[in-house]
Design a protein around this ligand. Sequence first.
Ligand SMILES: NC(=O)c1ccc[n+]([C@@H]2O[C@H](COP(=O)([O-])OP(=O)(O)OC[C@H]3O[C@@H](n4cnc5c(N)ncnc54)[C@H](OP(=O)(O)O)[C@@H]3O)[C@@H](O)[C@H]2O)c1
Length: 290
Amino acid sequence: MRVLIFGSSGQLGQALRLTAIRDTEVTYASHSDCDISNQRLVVQFMDAVEPDFVINCAAYTAVDRAEEEVEHCYRINALAPQIIAKCCSRVQTRRLIHISTDFVFDGAKKTPYNEEDTPNPASVYGASKLMGEKKILAEIPNQAMIIRTAWVYHAIGSNFVNTMLRLMSQRNELNIVDDQKGSPTFARSLAQLIWDLIHEGRFLPGIYHWTDAGEITWYEFAESIYEEATRYGLLSQPVVINPITTSEYPTLAIRPSYSVLGGEKMERLINRKRSFWRDNLQLFCEELRQ
Ligand SMILES: NC(=O)c1ccc[n+]([C@@H]2O[C@H](COP(=O)([O-])OP(=O)(O)OC[C@H]3O[C@@H](n4cnc5c(N)ncnc54)[C@H](OP(=O)(O)O)[C@@H]3O)[C@@H](O)[C@H]2O)c1
């Protein structure tokens, strides 16, 4: 079994590398190895590797910058997935696992979004990722799994947890948004899910949702990061965390106020429940401590 991973230096790419089973033949393609928006390079990689599975973790993920770099964002999040899907379509047994986002939804719901809910992105990033999904499904509806996830964090990378740990070691007071609710995703647990799909033969085309279980606001997440990091000896100074509203912390891109993803469809497919976000945060702190 041969697996090709695009975007291997990103958070999820790194987590896939950490969790890969030793005897799987994996080719890791980082941005510098292969620009996925370059059709010639993608074809070259596919021809050289002849993968059974392609995992696309590469994306333009700078949500606010995307509002100003619209064309560039669409090139990576919409055109590139189409290129990858077209390449996959040349071999009927080749399967693609592509990662998408909770930002395809507008956040108007108050109960978890399921896979049948109609997307309505409020940001360029969300719209570009939705277009990526559609391009893939138009090319290879029977060869692609699209996994929407949210609030991803990994030890190395730009994410909320790392930002909080840095700020909490520098400041004694922080203001954090308390009116946006979602679910964190420990990159390692998403990576493990992807490997399980491949190794347990559970690949089934379609759109799926997957995050850690449970829902919280950014403020509640920050409080928990502080508590766990202190408990694990990663922080030593007291920090006061104040809840604020989105209007008090304006950003270029509009974010959904509620973007919890229901994971039952995937849980049924994989025959196990998602782990609780706080348990995974503890695993993360444990890893950092080592
Ligand atoms: N992070 C989140 O909170 C979050 C939430 C929901 C969904 N997702 C989705 O989950 C997936 C993985 O996210 P992540 O957090 O691992 O993202 P990440 O850490 O930002 O990694 C993305 C990777 O894509 C690479 N990349 C960008 N443009 C590329 C191109 N043209 N060709 C090849 N590689 C390129 C980047 O390389 P450079 O850095 O060198 O450009 C980076 O290594 C993405 O599809 C993302 O949209 C993420």
